[in-house]
Design a protein around this ligand. Sequence first.
Ligand SMILES: [Ca+2]
Ligand SMILES: [Ca+2]
Length: 176
Amino acid sequence: MRSNQAWTLGKARRGALGLGAAGLLGLSAVGVTPAMAQSSQITVVVHEIKLIDRVDALSQADIFVRATIAGETKATPPMKQTGRPGEVIRTELTLSGAVKPGTHAVKLELLDKDLRSDDTIDINRIADRRVLEFTVDTRSCRIGGFVSTYRCKQRITRAGAEKKAAQITFSVEVNK
Ligand SMILES: [Ca+2]
Ligand SMILES: [Ca+2]
């Protein structure tokens, strides 16, 4: 983000010194810069994953976390684990996305890497819903979409109850 911004400023300065079309390009780049300076960052931190039942019937569990923050999807590398039921994996996995100040949708998924298609592990206690979807207000630092409202840095624990279920503990941080 920072280097990107520096690049934009550099380009704007060069453009402003030029004439004609280059000067016009420079002016439009200057117009973009203030919005970028106002951007915030939403980070999802996964602290603990507890496998409730066997998540991979044929091979080892190699789970990973995927987060979609304001429409942009990011994933962690798969973790090599034995995948025994009851196993607790303590971690500090982080996934971040740059956003404009305001309220944004976040989707959090726990998956098991598979040869054919990745398997979504159930972390949502609601039937037929395996992923967690919530909102983050970067201004008030409130996490919405759950029965109770959480705040930034507060630990949230959720568990699924369907086949291939796990419990996940995570928190959300906002950098302005
Ligand atoms: Ca697997
Ligand atoms: Ca469920």
